[in-house]
Design a protein around this ligand. Structure first.
Ligand SMILES: [Zn+2]
Length: 341
């Protein structure tokens, strides 16, 4: 009995996990276990000896069970301690931070332009980028062979279909769909065969159209002057007579150079002014082509280049920066009106 006890206690010391513990338990307390086999020796003993021996074996069995229970707890605690240590999180380490995307400066500029015109009551319309020659040119008073077609290097898909060279065809599309009054702007992509430091073959325009009774040139001046002052701040605004086939009379709009403050610099070619807009009163032929009666209705129209507005506002000197998707450039525009976008 003493030997069995010593052996058990010795073997228990080397037990490291539940599997070994289970094996040890079976080896002593199992059906053919060392302790169980001691019970078999009871047969050959006298009644008095049986009682004494049986009591001692039972005590030993209880002793073994107690030791096994303690060992089991010990193994469980060790496993728990190990997993806590291995899964520990160091909450004092610096956080990784979250990268927010940002709006493209062109998108931001269009949104700012839209905000200003919406505040004046203009709606927003969009037209297709693949456009009929009819809408892009003819109904805007630019028939085939008209010299004004030379002003715009056009991408032709076939004789009748083009990549629109301006957002003006939206004027015709909306007029054909809707009775006057109409009052909307139309932002979008346009395409011309042109590429240098200030021109890209794909760029963005915003078109504007207002047709109603008694619309006058003074309305055009008021709307555009207000818009330019809201967009660029308190700048000088001047209207210069010009020519466009779809407006009569036509004007180009300049603002006082925001780079040099009007003193003259490279950007404004020493004139002190920057051209930013084309505009005019809608040509009667265009009103007729849109289905409106020019005897009863007059209209004003304007168009601007979004890239030019963004370049002037943010001091960007190369149009290609907008389309190279360099994050170092784009990330500079992640703040909008003091909040993160
Ligand atoms: Zn200047």
């Amino acid at each position: 009995m003493e030997n069995v006890k010593r052996e058990f206690e010795e073997e228990l010391k080397s037990v490291k996990n539940f599997e070994e513990l289970k094996q040890l338990k079976a080896a002593y307390l199992g059906k053919k276990g060392k302790l169980t086999s001691l019970f078999k020796k009871l047969k050959g003993l006298s009644e008095g000896e049986k009682k004494e021996f049986g009591r001692k074996i039972n005590e030993l069995k209880e002793h073994f069970e107690r030791l096994l229970e303690e060992k089991s707890k010990e193994i469980f605690e060790a496993i728990k301690r190990e997993s806590i240590e291995s899964e520990a999180i160091d909450i004092t380490l610096p956080a990784r931070g979250i990268n927010f995307g940002s709006l493209h400066p062109i998108t931001k500029t269009i949104m700012e332009i839209e905000d200003i015109f919406r505040s004046m009551g203009f709606g927003v319309e969009v037209g297709p980028e693949i456009e009929l020659d009819l809408f892009n040119f003819e109904l805007l008073n630019i028939p085939k062979e008209h010299p004004a077609r030379d002003m715009q290097d056009t991408f032709y898909i076939n004789d009748n279909v083009v990549l629109r060279t301006h957002t003006s065809p939206t004027q015709i599309r909306v007029m054909k769909r809707q009775k006057p009054p109409v009052m909307f702007i139309s932002p979008g992509r346009v395409y011309r065969r042109d590429s240098d430091i200030t021109h890209s073959p794909m760029f963005h325009q915003v078109e504007g159209l207002l047709v109603d009774k008694n619309i006058r040139f003074s309305d055009l001046k008021c709307i555009l002057t207000g818009f330019l002052k809201l967009f660029f701040g308190d700048v000088k605004v001047r209207f210069r007579p010009s020519y466009f086939p779809f407006t009569e009379p036509s004007a180009e709009v300049d603002i006082g150079c925001i780079i040099c403050g009007g003193k003259g610099c490279r950007v404004c070619s020493n004139t002190g002014f920057l051209e930013v807009l084309g505009c005019g009163m809608v040509h009667p032929n265009v009103l007729i082509n849109g289905g409106y009666d020019p005897e009863n209705y007059t209209g004003l129209a304007f168009g601007l280049g979004v890239e030019r507005f963004a370049m002037l506002k943010y001091g960007i000197d190369n149009i290609k920066l907008f389309f190279e998707n360099d994050l170092r450039f784009l990330e500079q525009f992640s703040y909008h009106k003091g909040r993160l976008l």
